[in-house]
Write a protein that binds this ligand. Structure first.
Ligand SMILES: [Zn+2]
Length: 327
């Protein structure tokens, strides 16, 4: 079986080659949007499969593979962010993996396995383990029970406890070569692969994500507004863009600000190549210290992406700051 994505062939075969004696604590790192999560799941399935192919990959047919496909394999646990109900009654994604979840996994690995093979714990994203959860997990990572394999996935391995990092064998998944990523996107029916790759910082899965939803249209709408700061009315625009998800808004404006800075400091556009002309013009007009302050604030917001109490007011304030950059 081939790797989940063509640019993962190297690490995939490296992993399969260890199937008989896998490392018990594996850390897959690399930029977001490169398929680390899919690779980790494929590896977990390969380990759990009861009739693996000659190269070590999962068969996709045996009972273990069926259970795995339906998230029901008794010897597999996924430790991930969970949805939880907030005080206002709305459910939203937790920002951390909690200690209760980690303790459940610690108990799980101390039981005997249901089937005769491996037991696999996938932790994704491992950098969102809160300190208590990380410490709970550390104990079993230090001395993993027999036939137990931990696979940790992280875009931000520096946020992991150093003791966890040092316990793991690390495989870095880099960005794929641009030609390979563009070829894969074209094969997925994506037009304009090169522009989308630029927009996504070279990560093919992020580039593909842009095409799937309405984000690309939303992005165009926002950027056409930001492209003419003099005509931008914070009140009407704030109201117009209040329905965008905080994630989409952040992605769009953060890259826009980064491009304005790049134009100002290096004379070139990194992400929004389709807006290169207007970015070059605006970058020349921008007040550098105000632009830096706004970009820095945006980077901070990207770490939390909290739902503000009043989205419209927040957007209006942002747009007023943005207009000041060009006063
Ligand atoms: Zn199988």
């Amino acid at each position: 079986m081939s790797a989940p994505y063509p640019w993962l062939e190297g690490p995939w075969h490296r992993l399969l080659g260890t199937r008989a004696h896998p490392v018990q604590a594996l850390l897959l790192t690399g930029p977001r949007g490169t398929g680390k999560g899919r690779l980790a799941r494929a590896w977990a399935q390969a380990l759990l499969c009861e009739a693996p192919q000659p190269d070590g990959a999962a068969c996709g047919q045996c009972p273990a593979c069926h259970w795995f496909a339906t998230d029901a394999h008794p010897d597999f646990r996924l430790l991930a962010l969970q949805e939880k109900a907030g005080k206002d009654g709305e459910t939203r994604m937790a920002t951390a993996i909690e200690v209760d979840q980690a303790r459940e996994v610690v108990d799980f690995v101390q039981l005997s396995t249901y089937r005769a093979g491996f037991r696999v714990v996938l932790v994704d994203p491992a950098d969102s383990l809160n300190p208590a959860a990380a410490n709970a997990l550390l104990k079993v990572l230090e001395e993993p029970p027999l036939n137990t394999v931990f696979v940790l996935v992280s875009d931000q391995p520096r946020r992991l406890l150093p003791t966890i990092r040092s316990r793991c064998t690390r495989i870095d998944i880099g960005l794929p070569p641009v030609d390979q990523a563009a070829q894969w996107l074209a094969g997925q029916g994506v037009d304009d692969a090169m522009n989308l790759l630029a927009l996504s910082g070279g990560t093919p899965l992020d580039a593909q994500r842009w095409v799937k939803g309405s984000e690309l249209d939303e992005r165009r709408d926002v950027l056409e507004g930001l492209a003419a700061p003099g005509r931008l009315d914070p009140v009407t625009s704030g109201d117009r863009w209040k329905t965008l998800s905080p994630q989409t808004w952040h992605n769009v404006v953060y890259k826009w600000l980064a491009d304005l800075l790049a134009v100002r400091l290096q004379g070139s556009v990194q992400f929004n190549r389709d807006f290169a002309e207007v970015l070059t013009q605006l970058g020349g007009q921008a007040d550098l210290s105000r632009l830096l302050a706004l970009a820095r604030a945006q980077a901070n917001e990207g770490r939390t992406l909290a739902h503000p109490l009043n989205r419209v007011l927040q957007l209006e304030a942002w747009l007023i700051h943005y207009r000041h950059v060009f006063d």
